[in-house]
Design a binder for this molecule. Structure first.
Ligand SMILES: [Zn+2]
Length: 309
C-alpha cells in the first residue's frame, strides 16, 4: 500500500490546497470536482479518504488506516456511478444506508461520479444531506459537465476545478504515446490510453470514414454497431470533434497545426467538400440528443443526413 495521491500526476496546486485544508481541519463538507473528462478527478476524490484518515500528513501509506484504505468494501468512502446512463433514486438509498452505519473513522466520503447523470428525483433526495452532511461526512460530486448539475446542488457545494494535463504529464502516464497522440488527447488520460491501442485506432478510422461517407450502407452499419456501445461514446465524439476542428482550421488557415497530423490529406479533402459550419451544428445536436437519451440509431441517422445536407 502506498500513498494514493502520489500516483496522481499533475494538479499539484489543487492537491496542495485540499491536503492543507485536511491538515487544518477545514476541508469542505460538500464539493463539486469539475474539469475535463479523464484527468484524474475521481482518483483524487477517492484518495482524499486515505489522506483524511491517516494520522500523518501527507498520508504515510503503511499505518493501519492506510492499509484499511485498500480493502473492499472500503469503509472510508462510498462510490456511486451511473448504471445504464443514470444515477437513480434507488442508488441514493445506498447513501442513506451508508450514512446510518456507525463508523470509527474520522472522515468518510460519498463520491458521486458523473454527477450530471443524477436523475432530478435522485438529486432532490440528496439535497438535504449535501447541505448538512452528518459530522465527518464529505460529499464529492465529480463531473465534466458542471453546467448540467441542478443549480440547487451547485449552490450548496464548493467548486474545485481541475485542468487538463500537460502533454509531458500525459506521456509519463502513457508510455509509447506519440506527440500528436498526446495533443489529440487534450490532456485526458482516458483518451490517451485508448489512442495507442489497435482496437481504438480502428474505431477512430471507422468514425472518420463515417464523417466522409455517412450515407454509405456498410459504413453506417459499422458505425451504428460501435455507437450503440455507451463506453465508446466519448472517444467517438472526441474523434469527430477534433476532426471537424482540424477541417475548419485547415480551411481558414492552411498552415496551422492540426491534431490529426497522421491523416492531414484526408482532413483537407473533407474541408474542401463540406459545409463545416453546418457539420459542427450537427455534432452539437448529437451531444444534446445523447444526454437527452434519444435513441442511438436515430441520433446517428439524423447526424448522417445533417452531415450530407
Ligand atoms: Zn497512514
Amino acid at each position: 500500500m502506498a500513498r494514493q495521491l502520489d500516483s496522481v500526476l499533475g494538479h499539484n496546486k489543487t492537491i496542495e490546497k485540499l491536503t492543507s485544508s485536511i491538515a487544518t481541519g477545514s476541508l469542505f463538507t460538500s464539493a463539486i470536482f469539475t474539469g475535463p473528462e479523464g484527468v484524474g478527478k475521481k482518483k483524487v476524490a477517492i484518495s482524499l479518504s486515505q489522506e483524511a484518515n491517516c494520522a500523518r500528513s501527507p498520508a504515510c501509506g503503511h499505518c493501519a488506516e492506510c492499509v484499511r484504505f485498500s480493502m473492499i468494501p472500503n469503509e472510508g468512502y462510498l462510490l456511486l456511478e451511473p448504471e445504464n446512463g443514470k444515477i437513480k433514486i434507488e442508488q441514493v438509498r445506498d447513501v442513506i444506508d451508508y450514512l446510518s452505519l456507525r463508523s470509527r473513522l474520522k472522515d468518510r466520503f460519498i463520491i458521486i461520479n458523473e454527477a450530471e447523470k443524477l436523475t432530478p428525483q435522485a438529486a432532490n433526495a440528496l439535497l438535504k444531506s449535501i447541505e448538512e452532511p452528518p459530522q465527518g461526512v464529505h460529499f464529492i460530486l465529480v463531473t465534466s459537465n458542471l453546467a448540467m448539475l441542478l443549480p440547487t446542488i451547485r449552490s450548496r457545494c464548493q467548486v474545485v476545478s481541475f485542468s487538463a494535463l500537460s502533454t509531458d504529464d500525459l506521456k509519463k502516464m502513457v508510455p509509447g504515446l506519440e506527440d500528436w497522440q498526446a495533443e489529440w488527447s487534450f490532456g485526458r488520460v482516458t483518451l490517451a490510453q485508448k489512442i495507442i491501442e489497435d482496437e481504438w485506432q480502428q474505431l477512430r478510422k471507422t468514425s472518420i470514414n463515417f464523417l466522409h461517407r455517412p450515407l454509405d450502407g456498410n459504413i453506417f452499419a459499422n458505425m451504428a454497431r460501435e455507437f450503440s456501445d455507451n463506453s465508446k461514446f466519448e472517444y467517438i465524439f472526441h474523434t469527430w470533434m477534433t476532426y471537424l476542428r482540424d477541417a475548419m482550421v485547415s480551411h481558414a488557415r492552411p498552415h496551422q497545426h492540426l491534431y490529426n497530423r497522421d491523416i492531414e490529406s484526408y482532413v483537407h479533402k473533407f474541408a474542401d467538400h463540406r459545409n463545416l459550419q453546418k457539420n459542427q451544428e450537427a455534432l452539437f445536436t448529437v451531444t444534446s440528443d445523447y444526454l437527452g437519451n434519444v435513441d442511438k440509431n436515430l441520433i446517428l441517422e439524423n447526424l448522417a443526413l445533417a452531415l450530407e445536407s
